[in-house]
Design a protein around this ligand. Sequence first.
Ligand SMILES: NC(=O)c1ccc[n+]([C@@H]2O[C@H](COP(=O)([O-])OP(=O)(O)OC[C@H]3O[C@@H](n4cnc5c(N)ncnc54)[C@H](OP(=O)(O)O)[C@@H]3O)[C@@H](O)[C@H]2O)c1
Length: 321
Amino acid sequence: MTHAIVAGQAGGPEVLSYVPVERPVPGPGQLLIQVAAAGVNFIDTYKRSGVYKVQYPFTPGSEAAGTVVGLGAGVTAFAEGDRIATAEGADCYAGFALVDEDKALPVPEGLDDATAAALPLQGLTAHYLINSTFKVEAGHNVLLHAGAGGVGLLLIQLLKAKGARVITTVSTDGKEALALGAGADHVLRYDGFGKAVRDLTDGKGVDVVYDGVGKDTFDDSLSALRVRGTLALFGAASGPVPPVDPQRLNAGGSLFLTRPTMAHYLQDARERRWRSDEIFAAAADGSLKVRIGARYPLAAARQAHEDLEGRRTTGKVLLVP
Ligand SMILES: NC(=O)c1ccc[n+]([C@@H]2O[C@H](COP(=O)([O-])OP(=O)(O)OC[C@H]3O[C@@H](n4cnc5c(N)ncnc54)[C@H](OP(=O)(O)O)[C@@H]3O)[C@@H](O)[C@H]2O)c1
């Protein structure tokens, strides 16, 4: 017997319960891992609340790190005792979880379990956003929102390593200090950020905006772009963006709008390996700092969701079984 978090229906954090469950049994091509830590991501809250459609009862969590303790038929690439992490798991808010062999990332020597659990989903996201959604180069002006968040702190560091000029938004002085510490060149509040960005770029606007806030920032994000700039709308922490009139992109300067999601940037083993090798190597050699802002016992998943949605967290949020 072990424990997992279960949402019996769509709703607020109060639908999350800590319940006893059977230990899962690995099917063909699957690994059973003992979860050392599970990552909490904003997408978990969309699935819990019903913004994204899932079947209930539902156990959140697509990110974890742990030790392989069981192998399904046909598994060849891993053995019991290996340490792995994943950004593409399911039911990871649990003591034990199943991971498809092809979605398991070997954890390099020297990377601790908490960092291995904290990095995959937000790290792979930051990687694809700046290398593939819009290829950032030295000298580009970049705006990203929620700079002290999980994705935000990683994005700032990876963008600075490419030689970009980084402008970010945050809601508090404490978050501002974190964003500056990660290397941001300019840290703004949300109020009037479109105009502030224009002022910082001689009236031109930035080459790209990475917007995971959504509803509250969307229109001002478009107004912060240069002619033919790109808005990568990659999330909706403040709520979903209403339908957009394409004419708005014309008026803004022949703008590009994309709504990327991680699965489409992890199309095959080569792509998964390229991105995960780079982010794990950067974390292992210390050039990419992974801030774990909060760790909760698994049983306190409800509190973790309340704090994430209440903008009280910074960096990565982990659950520890
Ligand atoms: N498309 C993808 O592949 C992908 C993958 C991973 C994550 N994401 C998205 O990336 C975004 C960031 O995810 P994360 O897990 O790293 O979360 P996070 O940034 O650690 O937390 C969300 C942050 O958004 C900001 N925010 C602004 N308005 C908000 C509001 N009304 N309610 C709540 N938060 C608000 C808050 O920072 P301030 O207080 O500083 O504003 C908050 O801390 C989310 O939208 C998530 O869905 C997308």
